[in-house]
Design a protein around this ligand. Structure first.
Ligand SMILES: Cc1ncc(C[n+]2csc(CCOP(=O)(O)OP(=O)(O)O)c2C)c(N)n1
Ligand SMILES: [Mg+2]
Length: 600
């Protein structure tokens, strides 16, 4: 078995938690868990984020004392939700799964929120779980019994692509390889393998079974047939008014450039979405409206209504987007997606059935590249020059999220920045995206608390690149996920996290306002059960408690620039910095009106 060789391990992180060299037994696997650990190395799994548990103590020992805690390296997390969120964030940048190991049933219960986020985001994560001995005769009294369940996979089966509980060494190796392969095959998503504690700790009866990983986990081609590409070109390229809905995409620069080429040759208008990673330059003259989290911006909706042909490149919720337009769309609709292959009866994240004239079951990146080639001959119409980004700092009045954003843009000046998370109060016009790594998208499942962990995992993947990793989280999101920062500090993963701290679960104030209006009750009471005041929570102290630099609360316009400068200097030296900015509660008008109109 040989390594597939994708991984470049970072030395700073790898230097943390080295086992004693004389304790390492690298040569011959003795136990089933040694063989499983080796399989993770052969699959080139770089890291395994964990919170420890006796149910996988066999595997834990093998990772440390058989493999020497490298490839994969253990990343200790303070909560299983953080472990999976870190793996999710890593996948958002690299497109590949790392592993997360969670304790028998109880650890999995903690992990479920993050698994659901990764599922809805179609991001690969290899989740390894464990169970107390399936053979009741081998269970220790009490604890092994409460930590054994008949069908753990049932807990997550509705939002994983595949799960298994193998019963032999041979089956365990195949299960881990299959889980990794399925997770990484589009449409990507989390998979779950339960390893019986007794099986892990068994002596191998002979050499571990051989599995040809290269041939058992082949890349799956998912391109469109040439005649389908020709048909698409005919539908799009005959002088029609085209709108491209640039949905889920990889971080590939080739696919990014292909989408630009395609839009320019077709003179198409392009719409993007803040739920997912950047898929098209948002200040390109063909980009219409600003990217939004809920419904597309008004200009984008008009363009979609008036289009004669719509090309949806795996747009999230095509049905909902088309249903909510000001006037019904007249366009012929092409939808490029593989998503239907993972729709199931438990989770409705598949959204409504969209009216589609040509459904192309193929990878949207591959199709964009193929289509761009077919339109090469078309003369690119002269596009208007992009307007300069609007910078409207209004240095008066209380601090808003817009102030937070504009001062941050000024602080980073011309540096390459990756935005790893954005709060619900964000407005897509505040920060242009010009590269696929400029923004990696949201949490996927709308599970608050994912922001810090996803950001740490993404920052891990970006470590050593020229990108300044910046995450902006709501205070509620930060509070639910704050301990993920300890993992970043401990493993020397640089990250700047800015908190849009409105001392409130403000999203739900908007909802209480809506209910009060509908019922003609006092909207003045909307803050009750939402505001985190009396006492106000000292978020910078929480950051410092994890070992990060914690600055704030910043309450003045003048305070922003020096705090950002100090924080960025720490991040440049490999540290983690958190800036707590006290902002007024409020959302961009478009966001609020979509919510009040019946959106989430
Ligand atoms: C796990 C989870 N719990 C509750 C919610 C409901 N919810 C949606 S947004 C939100 C408020 C988030 O607060 P914060 O991150 O501070 O952002 P703000 O709304 O204040 O801008 C809540 C509680 C959720 N989406 N996920
Ligand atoms: Mg808040």
């Amino acid at each position: 078995m040989s390594s597939q060789g994708h991984t470049k391990l970072d030395l700073g992180t790898a230097a943390v938690e080295r086992p004693r060299a004389d304790g390492i037994h690298r040569n011959t696997p003795e136990f089933v868990s040694d063989a499983v650990a080796e399989m993770l190395r052969v699959l080139d799994v770089p890291y395994i984020a964990i919170n420890p548990g006796a149910s996988f103590r066999g595997l834990h020992d093998s990772l440390v004392n058989y493999l020497g805690n490298e490839q994969p390296q253990l990343l200790l997390c303070l909560h299983e939700e953080a472990a999976v969120a870190i793996a999710h964030g890593y996948a958002k940048v690299t497109g590949r799964a790392m592993a997360a190991a969670v304790h028998s049933n109880v650890g999995l219960f903690h992990a479920t929120m993050a698994i659901f986020n990764a599922w809805c985001d179609r991001m690969p994560v290899l989740v390894i779980g464990a169970t107390g001995p399936v053979d009741a005769a081998k269970r220790r009294p009490w604890i092994d019994w409460i930590h054994t369940a008949r069908d753990q996979g049932a807990i997550v089966r509705g939002y994983t692509k595949w799960d298994d509980q193998p019963a032999s060494a041979e089956a365990a190796l195949e299960a881990v390889a299959r889980a990794f392969w399925i997770a990484n095959t589009a449409p990507r998503g989390p998979t779950y393998v339960v390893l019986d504690a007794a099986l892990q700790e068994e002596h191998l009866s002979g050499p571990p079974p051989l599995l040809d990983v290269r041939r058992s986990t082949p890349p799956v081609a998912a391109a469109a047939a040439p005649e389908t590409v020709d048909r698409m070109r005919a539908m799009l390229g005959s002088g029609r008014r085209v709108v491209i809905l640039a949905g889920r995409a990889s971080r590939s620069l080739d696919a990014w450039s292909a989408r630009i080429e395609l839009a320019e040759r077709l003179d198409a208008r392009v719409v993007t979405d803040l739920k997912i990673g950047a898929s098209f330059p948002t200040d390109h003259p063909l980009h219409v409206g600003v990217p939004a989290i809920l419904a597309p911006a008004a200009e984008a909706q008009t363009a979609i209504s008036e289009a004669e042909a719509i090309l949806s490149l795996d747009w999230v919720d095509l049905a909902g987007t088309l249903r909510k337009l000001p006037s019904p769309p007249k366009a012929a609709v092409i939808h490029v997606s593989l998503d239907h292959t993972v729709h199931n009866g438990w989770s409705m994240d598949y959204q409504g059935l969209a009216p589609v004239d040509l459904y192309v079951a193929a990878d949207p990146d591959a199709v964009a590249i193929a289509l761009a080639k077919t339109v090469e001959g078309l003369a690119a119409p002269k596009a208007a020059v992009a307007p300069p980004p609007q910078v409207r700092p209004d240095p008066s009045g209380p601090l808003s999220v817009e102030h937070l954003a504009l001062a941050l843009r000024q602080a980073v000046a011309t540096r390459n920045v990756s935005l790893l998370h954005l709060p619900l109060s964000w407005h897509g016009g505040w920060w242009p995206f010009r590269h696929p790594l400029d923004f990696i998208g949201g949490d996927g499942g709308g599970g608050i608390g994912g922001g810090p962990g996803i950001s740490v995992g993404a920052a891990l993947a970006l470590k050593g690149s020229d990108r300044l990793p910046i995450s902006i989280c709501g205070d509620g999101d930060f509070l639910m996920g704050v301990t993920a920062l300890w993992t970043a500090v401990h493993y020397q993963i640089p990250l700047l996290l800015v908190i849009a701290n409105n001392r409130c679960f403000y999203n739900d104030e908007v909802h209480q306002e809506r209910v009060a209006r509908m019922r003609r009750r006092p909207i003045e009471n909307k803050w009750i059960g939402q505001r985190m005041s009396d006492p106000q929570i000292d978020l910078a102290s929480l950051a410092r408690a994890q070992g990060a630099l914690g600055l704030g609360p910043i309450t003045t316009h003048e305070g922003l620039a020096p705090a950002y400068a100090q924080a960025i200097a720490v991040v440049d030296q490999g540290g983690v910095a958190v800036v707590d900015v006290r902002v007024e509660p409020g959302y961009a008008p478009a966001m609020k009106s979509t919510m009040l109109d019946g959106g989430d």
